[in-house]
Design a protein. Sequence first.
Length: 390
Amino acid sequence: METAPTYWLRGTGDGDGQPPTALPGRVGVLVVGGGLMGVASAYWLARRGLDVLVCEARRLGYGASGRNIGVVLPAPRPTEDCALLDEVLHEERVDAGYQEAGHLTLASSAQVWDRVRAEVARRPAGAAPLHALTRPECEDLLGMRINRRFAGGRWATDGRGVDPVRLVDGLGRAAREHGAAVATGTRVRTVAPVRGGGRLAADTSRGRVIADAVVLACHLDIGRFVPSLAGALTPARGQVLATAPTRPMFRFGMAVDWGSVYWRQAADGTILLGGGRQVDPDREQSPRALVNPRIQRHLDGFLPDAFPDLPPLRTSQRWAGVMDCTPDGRPVVGRVTGQADRWVIGGFGGHGIPPALATARALAEAVATGTDPELLAPFAPDRFHPSDQP
């Protein structure tokens, strides 16, 4: 079944009202892809004063960036501290529906509950508070009964929610204000060296662009431009539904275990619920954003089973999104092996919002200076094919 427009994308048209940019014949850096990673990279490149053009085949945030539920879960890692996200949203006046409300993960078994308590016990000093709550304590926090099959919960005080499309659109506006150009409705078909060297030629659906460097932020399509990475980036489809607006019940984001099911309630009362890949895992290893009826039925039944006192809920939208994943669970960010003028940023596996700005800033530094920042060392593309040559 073909997926419908997402809750975030409905009624948004082509983005933030800006017409597609007339393509320049020459740019300093061409960014291929207008999702969160591409727009964040363009933002930092423009702030460094580089001449930047973003080419996006559809509208900004149309792909995976606009198909999640907008949960932001920071982690005690250098790239995933949300202080930078907070700072940029404030500095650039980006209204992305940002909420700092916390996040509660329910443990589906005694074994998971033991792992939650162990995680809380080893929480690094200085990290945001993390609490292991018994099921009755979870019920008190939530204000409703929870199915007794849940053993307890993991309460993270630093969980956040955001409208992911407004986030991408806002960063796109900020990038333009710093001098970047954004061309939506512009598909990049090929990127090849210009005869004589020193530059790259991009053939697009709206004409040819010559660039000094290219940043590939185009999700699974990175493998089309960099064949050596095609096998390192694999698809994982996620199913999502949205209910009709209902009374406020979930003040913060929630999940089961480590994301087998996840949900949050938007400001208008809509509940956004996703996950369930374990119900039909083989079929969800697909690059096509198609609705899976079997998993959607599982999602339909989840909330009424987990929370016996919920009122009847009506599903108003269903959609799917495709994540790009790597074998080791770490993204691929940095210089393409053996090619000084090509860079990649992708492979975030559905966990892209927290690290986006810090990772993109480090990549912009690398592109601008020709260096390899230490922050990006764990994400180096050559860890998959260290002996590759152009």
